[in-house]
Design a protein around this ligand. Structure first.
Ligand code: ZN
Length: 277
């Protein structure tokens, strides 16, 4: 049975990438005016800015910083590149702390010239290497399993089962999972793995959008909720049953929507959220 519909915006969060054409200062003002309470900040949006000041600015609009996107990309064929990835993740953790974000979302990475198993091992080592820094600041990391179409270069963690396994093996309360319906909707084990994730206390974030058909671009053609084939309400029901009561984060990469007037797009997001999530 699907859960009751969302009837207000109190748990709506937008990813800054969703309205990419807006600088973060504009996004903050527009989100707040629309009654949105949560914001997930993409690192590009911080470029040339002091993350501490950005955090203050966001809070001055009454926005709650939900997470920083994104760390990860740990696997690489050379040790020097893997060290660079660790440095970049430590920097992302520092940025999250300055910004006041309690969570860094990880797109874990994959190296196409080596096996997925090897990439997974490098992801585990990468996370364990930055873990002390994460724990000392009292923030968290969320592994985001990605759709298998991205297993070549973006993530060797492609199912919630694999992400749960990784979280279980690492065994830290500071490492959990971001469930993104776009990546996971197709998985026949989704309901039971969401349940398992909840049992472990590891369900840290919930991302929504829709899967259009046909996809015109595997990266930048995500749909608004209700535009595609994902039963978002059903998956939201599962995450709620698993004990998740955090924000519903709208994360849409779309060449089509980025080309539109972003004020019009924002209205469509609110409509889609209230009617199809
Ligand atoms: Zn996501």
């Amino acid at each position: 049975m699907n859960p009751s519909p969302v009837n207000d915006l109190s748990r709506l969060c937008l990813h800054t990438i969703t309205t990419k054409p807006w600088p973060i200062e504009v996004a903050a003002e527009k989100y707040a005016q629309a009654g949105i309470k949560g914001i997930t900040v993409w690192r590009q949006a911080l470029e040339g800015r002091d993350p501490y000041k950005v955090g203050e600015m966001l809070r001055s609009y009454g926005l709650h910083v939900v997470s920083l996107c994104r760390g990860g990309f740990f696997p690489a064929s050379s040790p020097a590149e893997r060290r660079r990835a660790i440095c970049d993740n430590l920097q992302a953790i520092d940025e999250a702390v300055a910004l006041g974000a309690p969570l860094v979302v990880l797109v874990c990475g994959a190296e196409p010239t080596q096996s997925l198993g090897k990439s997974r091992m490098q992801i585990k080592i990468g996370i364990e290497t930055v873990l002390a820094q994460v724990e000392s600041h009292g923030i968290k990391l969320a592994i985001e399993p990605l759709h298998p179409m991205y297993a070549d270069t973006r993530s060797a963690i492609n199912t919630l089962a694999k992400a749960n396994d990784m979280v279980e093996t690492i065994g830290s309360n500071s490492v959990g999972i971001a469930v993104d319906v776009y990546h996971l909707w197709w998985d026949p084990e989704l309901e039971e793995q969401i349940h398992r994730c909840g049992e472990m206390g590891s369900l840290f974030a919930f991302h929504i959008s829709d899967w259009k058909y046909p996809l015109e671009d595997i990266l930048n053609d995500r749909g608004l909720m209700g535009e595609g084939c994902i039963n978002i309400k059903q998956i939201r029901g599962w995450v709620e049953q698993a004990g998740f009561h955090g924000y519903h984060e709208v994360e849409i990469f779309s060449n089509r929507y980025w080309a539109e007037d972003q004020d019009v797009f924002l209205k469509k997001i609110l409509h889609a959220y209230l009617n199809h999530s």
